[in-house]
Ligand binder design. Structure first.
Ligand SMILES: [Zn+2]
Length: 403
């Protein structure tokens, strides 16, 4: 071990219990999103903890149209130099399966509870990593800026969108890393997203007079067919990025994830609707794919004279930093220094907040403790040791990039 990583380990070790206790307090904040509750309280807790750790902290209130409860961006920093590295995270969590998930459990080296992996555990590692780097004098005259946003689980348009609109992300930053649960790999790319709600309007009629009605469900079935074929085609178009072992290489599209309509079993339905949700590889042009889907829908609707409406409920670009970018190679080296094994670069199958930074030309990566496959489930956990190791990786990363 180098002297530098010894120093970081020695700084973190006596704080291990404190990190676990802080994670327990964060897990106990019921920041479920949707609906986006209790966000303001959690933001206050985060800012207070940052100050206790010697970091600067402020709350950026977000006004404007949204349905979240007291959302704020927690913006913190360590150091005040020109050279800038972003740590980015989110403090909302997906809804629990059971209220017991808001109480952290410690079992066999695991910390179990909602948000331990995605990504309150990542936040703890980032804050302690930044504090370690600052206190040990590892960031020279560089600066770490920490952004913690309230609404990643519902698209992050309110939080990260606010950062972007108000020019709070400096394009000259050397890199950005977010503590999403990437397992032992580094995510250097993520898919883009298009979500649609497709609605149909028919004419109601009792079953006994069904021929006087217009069946919106029948129209929906007709229009869904070419979209299902489109989804199969897109699944066969591979990405040049590396995917996790066993993960599909094509763009993934779910047609009919939700659907509904009608007023009763014995009435011709006057309305019907379904959703389309796609995760598109970074190589795909989202706007032309959206146009293709809209054309498929309109053409199929015209064939049967269906009245159709298309609502675009989400349009988020992909992100992709080259796997051989020097800022990525540095991160991989830090991971190896702490974990003793090299980190593989992979594309994340979902969308990542990397995109907000990537769009500005900032090399963007996700690296965090915990596994994606347990993250939204009833047994979400993070390994205790990984929580500490990840904090060490962040401290070393700041040292390497900023000095
Ligand atoms: Zn997350």
């Amino acid at each position: 071990m180098s002297r530098r990583s010894d120093l970081v380990a020695a700084w973190l070790e006596p704080r291990a219990e404190e990190m676990v206790r802080f994670l327990a307090r964060l897990v106990a904040e019921p920041t479920e999103n949707p609906p986006g509750a209790g966000l303001g309280h959690c933001a206050g807790l985060l800012a207070a903890e940052m100050r206790r750790l010697g970091l600067e902290a402020e709350l950026v209130e977000i006004t404007g149209p949204h349905s979240l409860e007291g959302p704020a961006i927690v913006r913190g920093s360590a150091g005040d130099g020109q050279k800038l590295l972003y740590f980015h995270g989110h403090y909302d969590v997906v809804p629990v399966q059971d209220r017991g998930q808001f109480t952290l459990r410690r079992e066999g080296g695991r910390l179990i509870g909602r948000g331990t992996a995605d990504m309150k555990g990542g936040i703890v590692s980032m804050l302690y990593g930044a504090a370690a780097a600052q206190e040990l004098g590892l960031i020279g005259d560089g600066r770490i800026v920490i952004h913690l946003v309230p609404d990643e689980e519902t698209g992050s348009v309110v939080g990260a969108g606010h950062l972007r609109e108000h020019h709070l992300i400096d394009p000259s930053a050397v890199a950005m890393v977010t503590g999403e649960p990437s397992g032992t790999g580094i995510w250097n790319a993520s898919r883009g997203a298009i979500s649609l709600r497709v609605g149909f309007e028919g004419q109601e009629a009792h079953v006994g007079q069904a021929s006087f009605g217009t069946n919106a469900f029948a129209h929906m079935v007709h229009v869904a067919r070419p979209l299902l074929a489109y989804a199969e085609e897109m699944a066969r178009r591979p990405t040049r990025h590396t995917t996790a072992p066993g993960d599909p290489a094509g763009s993934m599209i779910v047609v009919g994830g939700m659907c509904g309509g009608g007023s009763n079993f014995n009435v011709v339905p006057a309305d019907a609707w379904f959703t389309v949700d796609g995760r598109f590889n970074p190589e795909e042009d989202l706007h032309s794919e959206l146009e293709r889907m809209q054309t498929l829908i309109r053409d199929a609707a015209a064939e049967v004279g269906a009245k159709v409406t298309i609502e675009v409920t989400q349009l988020q670009p992909p992100a992709g930093t080259r796997a051989d970018h020097p800022a990525g190679a540095t991160l991989a080296r830090c991971v190896e220094e702490v974990r003793g094994e090299s980190a593989r670069f992979e594309m994340c199958g979902g969308i990542l907040e990397n995109r907000w930074y990537d769009q500005l030309g900032i090399p963007a990566f996700a690296y965090g403790a915990g596994r994606l496959d347990v993250s939204h489930g009833p047994h979400e956990y993070v390994d205790e040791q990984e929580l500490f190791r990840t904090a060490a990786v962040y401290a070393l990363y700041a040292a390497d990039l900023l000095v």
